[in-house]
Design a protein around this ligand. Structure first.
Ligand code: AMP
Length: 208
């Protein structure tokens, strides 16, 4: 099954992907995670995109599309995938249509206030990418990852100025994809305010 998780930043796409990949036995492909791994490993790509990610703007389409093309060519993606954070523009969606057949586009619906609360409280473990929330999903010890014992950080793009920019970028460049995929009959709306367990149960029902 080939799935796209579409929705504003902070809607829980990454959290749900981490559970759904095991439920549906397909890899979770997050373009944000791929960029962050390149930044951490100081690759050429990572150097090119570091500032862009910190600002909350989008990486140019050609770079992003090529990265996804390579990733979808890997063996594990043959059985399907969850694309989390891609496509984010119409040009990316057109490129994806020429690479692969999409089965469903899950549209994570969440109001702006909740998005802001979720993003501003998000903390991550830099080495594993595991995410927490200071109120809704706190670590056992404040500021420390439960498994690695490392200090949790706030992503640069979860800081207030970048959050507002990311939401604007979403509205302008990515939200038009809802109609794009509605016209293709692929959209499935999901209430992203529910608990992760309930969201995954709903997904199991609608993605049959
Ligand atoms: P995310 O982890 O999905 O919130 O992505 C973090 C950042 O990575 C975004 O704010 C963009 O700077 C970049 N990024 C991720 N996916 C894409 C994409 N499909 N197109 C362009 N930039 C992207």
């Amino acid at each position: 099954m080939n799935l796209i998780f579409l929705g504003p930043p902070g809607a829980g796409k990454g959290t749900i992907s981490a559970i759904a990949k095991d439920v549906f036995s397909i890899p979770h492909i997050s373009t944000g995670d791929l960029f962050r791994a390149n930044i951490k490993n100081e690759t050429e790509l990572g150097k090119k995109v570091k500032e862009i990610l910190a600002s909350g703007n989008l990486v140019p389409d050609e770079i992003t599309i090529e990265m996804v093309r390579l990733r979808l060519g890997e063996e594990d993606a043959e059985k399907g995938y969850i694309l989390d954070g891609f496509p984010r523009t119409i040009a990316q969606a057109d490129a994806l249509a020429s690479m692969s057949k999409v089965d469903y586009v899950v549209n994570f619906c969440l109001d702006r206030d909740t998005i802001l609360k979720r993003l501003s409280g998000r903390r991550v473990c830099k080495s594993t990418g595991r995410t927490y929330h200071i109120l809704y999903n706190p670590p056992k010890v404040e500021g420390i990852d439960d498994e690695t014992g490392e200090e949790l950080i706030q992503r640069d793009d979860d800081k207030p100025e970048a959050i507002l920019n990311r939401l604007d970028v979403y509205e302008k460049s990515t939200a038009p994809l809802i109609d794009y995929y509605k016209n293709k009959g692929l959209i499935v709306d999901i209430d992203a305010s529910l608990s992760p367990e309930d969201i995954v149960e709903n997904l199991k029902k609608v993605l049959r």
